[in-house]
Write a protein that binds this ligand. Structure first.
Ligand code: FES
Length: 147
């Protein structure tokens, strides 16, 4: 049911933990399943993400997607990190079962929430970044594709 990569990132999640004094931190949840994800980013003066860490209280797919999401945003600029969508995370994990696609939305939104926090703290606007929602369940009405 799950790809080898999903199992690997679930069993050995990368970048678990917290960053002290992060440049940006964001927390999102899904009220429907009760899962919560918090993403910490350390961003340098050039807008490059040096470090990304996460804490996820959630299902296996949420753990695997947050792990992969942190791996994907590390070393990227803020603008590039915005392109790390839930679809990109799923592709990097060789797919997720359709009923688990929503879990990857948590990862995308957690990145956005951390970037939003970073932008607010620095008084900047990140083009293309919309204010994140606290409860990802609000976004679930959007049509989902099969992966
Ligand atoms: Fe809630 Fe996966 S079931 S994030």
């Amino acid at each position: 049911m799950y790809s080898k990569k999903v199992m690997d990132h679930f069993n050995n999640p990368r970048n678990v933990g917290e960053i002290e004094n992060p440049s940006g931190v964001g927390t999102v949840g899904n009220a429907k399943c009760g899962d919560i994800m918090r993403m910490y980013l350390d961003i340098d003066d050039n807008g490059i993400i040096k470090e990304a860490k996460f804490k996820t209280f959630g299902c296996g797919a949420a753990v695997a997607t947050s792990s992969m999401a942190t791996e994907l945003v590390k070393g990227k600029t803020v603008e590039e990190a915005l392109k790390v969508t839930n679809k990109a995370v799923m592709e990097a994990l060789d797919g997720l079962p359709p009923i688990k696609v929503h879990c990857s939305l948590l990862a995308e939104e957690a990145i956005h929430a951390a970037l939003w926090d970073y932008a607010e703290k620095h008084g900047i606007t990140i083009e293309g970044l919309e204010k994140p929602v606290n409860d990802i369940g609000e976004k679930e009405e959007a049509p989902e594709e099969d992966y």
